[in-house]
Write a protein that binds this ligand. Sequence first.
Ligand code: BGC
Length: 380
Amino acid sequence: MTFRLFYAIALGMMSVAVLGLAEPAQETPGVKRMPFGKTKDGHPVDLYTLTNGNGMEVTITNYGGTVVSLKTPDRKGKFADVVLGFDTFDGYLGNEPYFGALIGRYGNRIAKGRFTLDGHEYHLAQNDNANSLHGGLKGFDKRVWSAKEMPAKDLAALQLSYVSKDGEEGYPGNLSVTVNYSLTPNNELKIDYAATTDKDTVLNLTNHSYFNLAGQGQGDILTHRMMIDADRFTPVDSTLIPTGELKSVAGTPLDFRKATAIGARIDQNDEQLKFGKGYDHNFVLHRQNGGLTMAARVTEPSSGRVMEVLTTEPGLQFYTGNFLDGTIHGKGAKVYGRRSAFCMETQHFPDSPNQPKFPSTVLKPGQQYQSTTVYRFSVE
Ligand code: BGC
């Protein structure tokens, strides 16, 4: 190596160290495990750190399959954690709104906590006024999952599995669920969901990460620009249960077919926005094919961060953190105020078990439930 080259490299490394541009450090793709805490009934849980070799890093705990942190670079290469959550495990044991968690058996609402399948009426916990929300009192977000670090050449992958017993939270069938989280060389967090049952049941799995692309705790998300590839949405009643109609977004504040600031219309005098206290709606994705399709693209102007959401699911619940109220203090003691994050919950439509015209969420013995969602990060 010539002296000049050596000098240039040394200078480069020094300026990176001074400006703090290169953290977290570049590493080979992989998964590391460390203890995270213990549940109230004494089960130890771990925190897994997935790195992809580009510096992108995600931490996931096997408690609730929860994404705890997600570090991505801005347009200057500076990393920030773009999801809400807690620094320590205790935070996840309190009353918190599903930060980063896997949601099951049924993501979103089931009206009056009831549905009929094969002539039998099933009763679920009514944990959201009269409705059942996100799997009931002790959903998948509050379960300890078995974890396995998956050997993979180019990516970091973690496999989580959980067996939900027949009758758990009122749902029928012994259900075996596997969720694979992987961090790819293209700065994608990929989530593959799979499940089988031994009795007819209903299922709607999703992830409930709260994103703020300026960095968690950096104010509200109203200047983020959102594009959702959906011509229609499922309008709801005042309890956020779909009316059954698939309504055109045209001429409504739910038209995100062209990228629009989240805050541009959020407080308009619109019945749907009033019911949701902002956006809290399921969009009917415009699917070009049966496979993985681009559903949404979000940009944050000050950092330049971009997140694209691709999914095999027919719907997307876009929720703007309307119920966050500043009482939760999260990572780095940041206060999580109203609309300080948004969720992009890829899913089947809410209340499908009671809506014969919606795509079916029934899973039968012998069938394989399979679903994939990708959160892809870049800058512009
Ligand atoms: C729902 C919101 C709810 C939030 C946290 C979202 O999926 O659509 O209505 O407040 O989850 O529970």
